[in-house]
Design a binder for this molecule. Structure first.
Ligand code: AHM
Ligand code: MG
Length: 339
């Protein structure tokens, strides 16, 4: 007799949870499904990246002046197409597009949601076969339905997010998301192409032993942060120091490891880039929402990330995210020495 293990698929899980969001009437379920479908297509291309002529630069530059890679462009197109076709979303703000993409068709104009997305984060890691990810954030639109979405629909503080998540294309592919009632992780079973609940109720360990930062920028860091790094490296048995240093350079992968194993991720402001590198709308806010829902904290050193009022689509913010106690310790140093 063959034993069938009971698995819960992503679709089963979100339909089961749908009753918790009566106002959403299934729209959120469809949006998450659309994102999952696009993620599977992107995953397929990433897995084949070494085999086909898709590695390398597309020859264009995106709004940040960075070279776009073919997979960046491909992923961007997949998510836009999936969300436009789903008709629940009236606009997208993407890292790859200078302006918002407002969906002006009779179905999408009735969509109640907008999405901020980084379609392929950490893409400088593609060529070396290191984990990369997709990060997304879902908001309810501010303007009335009946027109395509506008900037004002997207420029909302993180506390207004109705859902956020990431996909990690790693040694296995996972989708991790929150709708404000905890964090759940789903692993893609590649043999059947289905995301299955593998990590229910994800939470940061209370105390972590990892710090993740690009220490190559040390010379540009402000005093408080330099002192915090030294704190991480000091010996103290009670707080399990010295911590271990781990840095992939791929936000999703660094965050995911720290969520599972316990650690703080830091991308600070510095003398070179006072606002850091990461973008508030589609990198910091979604990670902050997930972190808080996993019992952690996300800060720019002084303020809660999710309370920052965004002014522009691609605005940057320093990011300190991880277990509450670790983020608070980093804040202490920054506030004491950097004012
Ligand atoms: P990207 O959106 O252009 O891929 O850049 C964001 C990435 C993050 O994944 C990562 O945390 C960070 O850049 C790493 O930056 P650095 O190389 O400066 O350490
Ligand atoms: Mg990015």
């Amino acid at each position: 007799m063959v034993t069938r293990y009971k698995i819960k698929t992503l679709t089963e899980f979100i339909i089961e949870r749908q009753s918790e969001y009566p106002h959403a009437k299934g729209a959120l379920t469809r949006l998450l499904n659309d994102i999952a479908t696009a993620a599977k297509i992107v995953n397929r291309e990433i897995n084949a990246a070494g085999l086909v002529d898709i590695l390398g630069y597309e020859g264009k530059e995106n709004v940040q002046g960075e070279s776009q890679k073919k997979l960046d462009v491909f992923a961007n197109e997949q998510f836009i197409t999936a969300l436009k076709g789903g008709a629940e979303c009236c606009a997208i703000a993407s890292e790859e597009n200078e302006k918002i993409i407002s969906f002006q068709n009779e179905f999408s104009e009735l969509g109640k949601y907008v999405i901020a997305i980084d379609p392929l984060d950490g893409s400088s890691n593609i060529e070396s076969n290191v984990s990369i990810g997709t990060i997304f954030s879902i908001y309810r639109r501010k303007t009335e339905v009946g027109e395509g979405g506008k900037n004002v629909d997207i420029l909302q503080p993180g506390i207004n997010q109705v859902a956020a998540g990431y996909v990690i294309y790693g040694s296995s592919t996972m989708l991790v998301y929150t709708t404000g009632k905890g964090v759940n992780g789903f692993t893609l079973d590649p043999s059947v192409g289905i995301f299955c609940l593998s990590h229910p109720d994800m939470a940061f360990p209370k105390e972590g032993k990892i710090y993740s930062i690009n220490e190559g920028n040390y010379i540009y860091f402000y005093e408080g942060l330099k002192k915090y790094i030294k704190y991480c490296q000091e010996i103290d048995k009670e707080t399990s120091r010295p911590y271990t240093s781990r840095y992939i350079g791929s936000l999703v992968a660094d965050f995911h490891r720290n969520l599972i194993s316990g650690g703080i991720f830091l991308y600070p402001g510095s003398k070179k880039s006072p606002s850091g590198k990461l973008r508030l709308l589609y990198e910091c806010n979604p990670m902050a929402f997930i972190a808080e829902q996993a019992g952690g904290k996300a800060s720019d050193g002084y303020n809660r990330i999710m309370e920052i009022e965004p002014e522009t689509l691609h605005q940057r913010s320093p990011l300190f995210v991880g277990p509450k106690s670790m983020v608070e310790k980093a804040e202490e140093f920054i506030q004491e020495y950097d004012g």
